[in-house]
Design a protein around this ligand. Structure first.
Ligand SMILES: NC(=O)c1ccc[n+]([C@@H]2O[C@H](COP(=O)([O-])OP(=O)(O)OC[C@H]3O[C@@H](n4cnc5c(N)ncnc54)[C@H](O)[C@@H]3O)[C@@H](O)[C@H]2O)c1
Length: 327
C-alpha cells in the first residue's frame, strides 16, 4: 500500500520535498499539501501531483488520507504542528530546527516519550550526505586515530530569512552543531562565540565548541558571503585529516585558471542528502526504526545553538547543560 504523505509549507524546502516524494519515493505519494499562500501550495501541487490542497495546516495532520507529515513551514510554527502529529499518532519529519525554543523542543521530547514510540525525525539531512557519511566511516575505521578538531565553514549568498546573528546561529550553524556532534559522537560542554566588533548585522560569526571527548569544533557562519553557497569541513585526527570535496561538480581549467562552481543555495549541494533522507524516513515508518536525527537530537541542537547565542551576547564562554533525557 502506498504511504500518503502530507506536506505543510510549500516554500523552498516544502516544494523541494514535494518533488522528491513525486520522483524518488516509489512506495509513497503526495496526499496533501498546505501553505498559507494558496498560490504557492497550488503550484507545488501541480508540479508534484498532490491529491489535495488544504488551507489549514492542521487539516493536513487530521486528514485520513495522510499517513505521515513533513513540516516545512517557518521555524516558529514547528512545535505546534509536530505536537499535533504526535497527538494524531502520525510520523513526522520536521525540518530543522525541531523548534525555535528549548522549551518547545523539550515539550516535543516529553510528548513522544509519553507515547512510548518514535514518531519524530528532524531534517538534519547532512547525516545522509555521502561526503559526511564517508568522513564518519573514515573516522570510525580508526586508521587516522582519534578526532581532535573539526573545522566547519557555512557560507550563504545572502541571508535566507533575516539579517541577525540569532538566525545565523539557530537556523544556519545549527546544521554544523548537529553534524559535528554526530560525527564525533560526543556532546558539547562549552561554547565560545565571537564576531568582529565592527560587524555589520550579517558579518561572519565564529563559534568554538568543546566536546566532552576533548575535541574542538570551529564553525564560521557567514550568511552574507555573496559569491555562492559554500560548505566546507576538515576533520583533523591524531594521524591524518579528512576534507570534504569542495564546490559542486567538475573542475574546469581554462585561460590559465582552475575553477569549480558554487550554487546559489543549498539545494544542489545537498540534493542527494535530501533524497536519501526521505527514502530512509519512509523505510523507517515501515519498520519503526529511524536512521535520522531524533527529537532528542533536535532538542540538543537547539539547546546548544541558544547557548551559542548567549555566548555571543555576553561575550563570555557558556557551559552547556543538557536537560535530563526521558527514559
Ligand atoms: N534542511 C535544510 O537544509 C533546510 C534548508 C532551508 C530551510 N530549512 C528549514 O525549512 C523550513 C522552511 O524553510 P524554507 O526555506 O522553505 O522557507 P520559505 O519561506 O521558502 O517557505 C516557508 C513556507 O511556509 C509557509 N507558511 C508559513 N506559515 C505557515 C503555516 N503556519 N502553515 C503552512 N504554511 C506556512 C509560507 O507561506 C512559505 O511558503 C524552515 O524551518 C527552515 O529552517 C531547512
Amino acid at each position: 500500500m502506498s504511504l500518503g504523505i502530507g506536506i505543510i509549507g510549500a516554500g523552498i524546502m516544502g516544494a523541494d520535498h514535494a518533488r522528491t516524494v513525486a520522483r524518488h519515493l516509489p512506495g509513497a505519494h503526495l496526499a496533501a499539501i498546505s501553505d498559507l499562500d494558496a498560490a504557492r501550495a497550488n503550484k507545488a501541487a501541480m508540479e508534484s501531483g498532490a491529491r489535495k490542497v488544504l488551507g489549514d495546516p492542521f487539516a493536513v495532520v487530521a486528514d485520513p488520507s495522510v499517513d505521515a507529515v513533513i513540516v516545512a513551514s517557518p521555524d516558529a510554527t514547528h512545535a505546534a504542528l509536530v505536537l499535533a502529529c504526535l497527538q494524531a499518532g502520525k510520523p513526522v519529519l520536521c525540518e530543522k530546527p525541531l523548534a525555535a525554543t528549548v522549551e518547545e523542543c523539550l515539550a516535543i521530547v516529553a510528548a513522544e516519550a509519553k507515547l512510548g514510540k518514535t514518531l519524530v525525525q528532524v531534517g538534519f539531512m547532512r547525516r545522509f550526505d555521502p561526503a559526511y557519511v564517508e568522513m564518519k566511516a573514515t573516522l570510525d575505521g580508526g586508521t587516522l586515530g582519534a578526532a581532535v578538531l573539526l573545522h566547519c565553514v557555512h557560507r550563504n549568498v545572502s541571508p535566507a530569512y533575516a539579517f541577525e546573528p540569532f538566525m545565523a546561529i539557530a537556523n544556519s550553524a545549527v546544521h554544523e552543531i548537529d553534524i559535528a556532534r554526530w560525527l564525533l559522537g560526543s556532546d558539547y560542554v562549552r561554547a565560545i562565540v565571537t564576531r568582529s566588533r565592527k560587524a555589520r548585522p550579517a558579518d561572519p560569526i565564529l563559534l568554538t565548541l568543546e566536546t566532552a571527548s576533548g575535541a574542538l569544533v570551529s564553525i564560521e557562519v557567514f550568511i552574507n558571503a555573496g559569491y555562492g553557497y559554500d560548505v566546507r569541513g576538515e576533520l583533523v585526527c591524531e594521524q591524518g585529516t579528512v576534507t570534504l570535496a569542495p564546490g559542486l561538480g567538475n573542475a574546469i581549467r581554462h585561460a590559465r585558471t582552475d575553477s569549480f562552481g558554487f550554487a546559489a543555495d543549498w539545494r544542489p549541494r545537498f540534493a542527494e542528502a535530501y533524497r536519501l533522507e526521505l527514502q530512509s524516513w519512509v523505510r523507517g515508518i515501515g519498520g519503526g526504526q529511524y536512521e535520522g536525527a531524533s527529537a532528542w537530537d533536535g532538542y540538543v541542537a537547539t539547546e546548544v545553538a541558544i547557548a551559542c547565542v548567549r555566548a555571543l551576547d555576553t561575550g563570555a564562554p557558556v557551559e552547556i547543560q543538557l536537560a535530563e533525557r526521558p527514559a
